[in-house]
Design a binder for this molecule. Structure first.
Ligand code: SIN
Length: 476
C-alpha cells in the first residue's frame, strides 16, 4: 500500500520531480512522491473524460459491488492504512483506525445509494405526452481534499462520485498524499476502473497550478473541495468561468454552548471530543466555548483536569491522545492565537505553551476570559486550545454564537426541552449537536451554511450534488 507515484491516465506516474512527505512526529522523510505538472492534470482529465461514458452506462449494482469490495479491503488493511495515516498526519493510532472505519463506511453507504438514484415519472398535462425525470451523473469531477482526514474526506467524495457514475480526478493535500495513493491501490484490487479515480500529487507550490487546470477545464463538470474558506472562495471564482457544479466544505469556527441547566460532566466529555479530536485540527472543532456563569467554574475545572490528563506524544505510541500538529504553519497559528489572547487579558488555566517534546507538539491548553476581539474567537485555532467565554443570558449566547460568517456546526448542552428546540432553531449552522460533541455520521448530511460551504456530503442527499436531473418529455 506504500506507493510514492501519482496515478494518472491508468498508470503509476513517477515523473522527474519529487516532494518529500514528512512524519510530523519525527521530522523524518517517509517518502518522496511525484510532483505532478499541469500537463499531468490535463492528461488525467482527458482519461477521466474517456472513462465517463462507460461509467455512466455501467449498472448501479456493479458499481455497488466494487464499492463494497473496496470497503472490505479497507477493513482488511485497517492496521496498515492507519499506520500510514498516523505517520504522515500525526493523529493517534486509535483515531486513525477510527478514521479508516469512517472512510470505509462512506464507500458502503454510497454503494447502497447507487441503487437508489431514482428519477420521477410526472403525471402528464396532455394525454399524448409522457413526462420523465432522469437522474444522470454530472460527468468528470475533480476533488481537492485536506490533510486533517486524509482518508475519510476522499471516500466521502469518491464513494458518491463512483456511485453516481462520475470519474474523479483527486488532488490530495500535499502533507498527506500516501493515504490517497494507498486508496488507489485498493481501488484497483476492488475492480475500480483506472479512469474512474486518478490521484495527482504535488507540493504546496503545485496546488495553485494544478487547481487552475482542474477548475478551468470545460471537461470537468464538478468540483468538490474540503479545506479553508479562503481557498474555497478562490476555487469558486475560478469555477465560475465554466459554470461548474461546486461543493464546498469550508471552515467552521464552531460555537460550543453550555447552559446553566446542562449536565456539566456530560458537557465536559462532549467538549473534549469536539475540541480535542485530531488535536483540535477539524473543521467541526469547538472553537468558541461559551459557558453560563452559574456552571463556568465547575466546567473549567473539570475540563482542565480531563485535558491535563491527555498524553501528548507521537501518534504511534501507546496511550497517546494528542499527537503533533501537522506542520509548522499550523503550530505557528496556534502559538499566535494563544499569545494574542494572553496579551488581550485571557488567563491560563492549563498549559499555554509548546510541549516539552518540541517540534510541533503543543500542550493541551485551557484559557478563560476569552473575548470576541481575540484572534481565537474570530478565526479557527486548529489546535488543542480551549478558549472559554462566560455568558449570563440565552439570547446573548445565541448572538455571540451567530456572530461569525461561518456556519458549519454548533454544539450546545441543555436539558430544558423548550430551550433545546429554541436554541437548535436559532443557531445559524448546517449541523447542530445537542448534548453531544460528535455528529459526524455517514448517514447524515454533512455541510454548512453562510461562508462554511455549499452542498451536503454523506446521507441520502450526498448523491444529489454528483447528479444532474434530465427532464424528458415524450410525445406519443
Ligand atoms: C472536517 O474536519 O473537515 C471533517 C470532520 C468530520 O467529518 O467529522
Amino acid at each position: 500500500l506504500f506507493r510514492h507515484d501519482a496515478f494518472v491516465a491508468g498508470e503509476w506516474h513517477g515523473g522527474d520531480r519529487r516532494v518529500p512527505v514528512t512524519d510530523p512526529a519525527t521530522g523524518e522523510t517517509m517518502a518522496e512522491v511525484t510532483r505532478c505538472a499541469p500537463a499531468d492534470a490535463e492528461r488525467a482529465i482527458a482519461a477521466a473524460h474517456d472513462a465517463a461514458p462507460p461509467l455512466k452506462a455501467s449498472l448501479a449494482g456493479d458499481r455497488a459491488t466494487v464499492l463494497h469490495r473496496f470497503a472490505d479491503l479497507m477493513a482488511e488493511h485497517t492496521a496498515d492504512l492507519a499506520l500510514l495515516l498516523t505517520s504522515e498526519q500525526g493523529k493517534p493510532l486509535a483515531e486513525a483506525r477510527g478514521e479508516i472505519a469512517y472512510a470505509a463506511a462512506f464507500l458502503r453507504w454510497f454503494a447502497e445509494e447507487a441503487r437508489r438514484a431514482y428519477g420521477d415519472v410526472i403525471p402528464p398535462t396532455k394525454s399524448d405526452q409522457r413526462l420523465l425525470v432522469l437522474r444522470e451523473p454530472v460527468g468528470v469531477a475533480a476533488a481537492i481534499t485536506p490533510w486533517n482526514f486524509p482518508s475519510a474526506m476522499i471516500t466521502r467524495k469518491l464513494g458518491a462520485a463512483y456511485a453516481a457514475g462520475c470519474p474523479l480526478v483527486l488532488k490530495p493535500a500535499e502533507a498527506t498524499p500516501l493515504s490517497a495513493l494507498a486508496l488507489r491501490v485498493l481501488a484497483t484490487r476492488a475492480g475500480m476502473e483506472p479512469g474512474a479515480f486518478q490521484v495527482l500529487t504535488g507540493d504546496a507550490s503545485d496546488a495553485a497550478p494544478l487547481g487552475k487546470v482542474l477548475t478551468g477545464s470545460p471537461l470537468v463538470r464538478k468540483l468538490s473541495f474540503t479545506g479553508s474558506t479562503e481557498v474555497g472562495k478562490i476555487l469558486l471564482r475560478q469555477c465560475a468561468e465554466t459554470v461548474k457544479k461546486v461543493s464546498l466544505e469550508l471552515g467552521g469556527n464552531a460555537p460550543f454552548l453550555v447552559f446553566e441547566d446542562a449536565d456539566v460532566d456530560a458537557a465536559v466529555e462532549g467538549c473534549l471530543v469536539a475540541k480535542m479530536r485530531n488535536g483540535g485540527q477539524t473543521c467541526v472543532a469547538a472553537n468558541r466555548i461559551l459557558v453560563h456563569a452559574a456552571v463556568h467554574d465547575a466546567f473549567v475545572e473539570k475540563l482542565a483536569a480531563r485535558m491535563g490528563a491527555m498524553k501528548v506524544g507521537p501518534g504511534v505510541d501507546e496511550g497517546v491522545a494528542v499527537g503533533p500538529l501537522v506542520d509548522e504553519p499550523t503550530f505557528a497559528k496556534v502559538r499566535a492565537h494563544v499569545a494574542d489572547a494572553l496579551e488581550l487579558g485571557a488567563e491560563t488555566v492549563l498549559g499555554g505553551g509548546p510541549h516539552a517534546l518540541g517540534r510541533t507538539f503543543h500542550e493541551p491548553t485551557v484559557l478563560t476570559g476569552v473575548g470576541g476581539e481575540m484572534l481565537m474567537t474570530r478565526e479557527e485555532t486548529f489546535g488543542p486550545v480551549a478558549g472559554i467565554q462566560k455568558f449570563t443570558e440565552e439570547d446573548e449566547a445565541i448572538a455571540i454564537a451567530n456572530d461569525t460568517r461561518a456556519g458549519l456546526i454548533a454544539y450546545f448542552y441543555a436539558r430544558d426541552v423548550g430551550r433545546v428546540w429554541r436554541v437548535a432553531e436559532a443557531l445559524e449552522a448546517g449541523m447542530v449537536g445537542v448534548n453531544t460533541g460528535l455528529v459526524s455520521n455517514t448517514v447524515a448530511p454533512f455541510g454548512g451554511v453562510k461562508e462554511s460551504g455549499l452542498g451536503r456530503e454523506g446521507s441520502q442527499h450526498g448523491l444529489e450534488d454528483w447528479t444532474e436531473l434530465k427532464y424528458v418529455a415524450i410525445g406519443l
